[in-house]
Ligand binder design. Sequence first.
Ligand code: MG
Length: 255
Amino acid sequence: MIELRTPTEIEQMRPAGRFVAEVITALSQAADVGVNLLELDALAHEMIRARGAESCYIDYHPSFGASPFGKVLCTSVNDAVLHGLPHDYVLRDGDLLSVDFAASVDGWVSDSALSVVVGAPRPEDVRLIETTTRALEAGIAAAEAGRKIGDISAAIATVARGDGYTINTQFGGHGVGRTMHGDPHVPNDGRAGRGYPLRPGLVIAIEPWFLHGTDQIYTDRDGWTLRSADGSRGAHMEHTIAITEDGPLVLTSRN
Ligand code: MG
């Protein structure tokens, strides 16, 4: 079921968006060569406690998950691109790290993700992150009242294909509200002018993710982490946005 939020409810969703943005910023600043992924999870956990927020991940146990997630953050490194379960791993020079974080404040959820390189970046990783960032920006720009979900999908896909990347549509964006995952699905590829109409009050996460060499993924033995089939690296960028009469409002904006 797709729920539309009133302007008052969208105002009530702002604190969650601001908090998630603060955590993503803190994580991107803390991520460095020599830092353990478990330290990043602990940092996010401490920020949740200090804010009185609630983790959307720690008890998360969907049908595809082996057991409850148990952490408050996804950390996906190099050939891992989505749902990375934080584990005892120390970041190395040149690692490509994607963090994905969702939390609830005052009963409203926000969800955001960011990819960064720690240490000296490989040029191809910089390019992949830039493309993913531009795809997110294009998707957000298409999120105008009166248009359709397919316009967001097509905008994302046009950027990716233009830069030579292929697209996996197994995982994509989603409705966001009282819980982390709701309708509608927001695929990273689709046809402009098709799909659910974008009405004021619709709140969605838009989250392009691409891999260097493939669009195929597999699940790690940990039961969660999704890795590229060919070992190539991936990037992931996500914001939670509200469709308003005045255009897309980026609730998780870090500016
Ligand atoms: Mg997310």
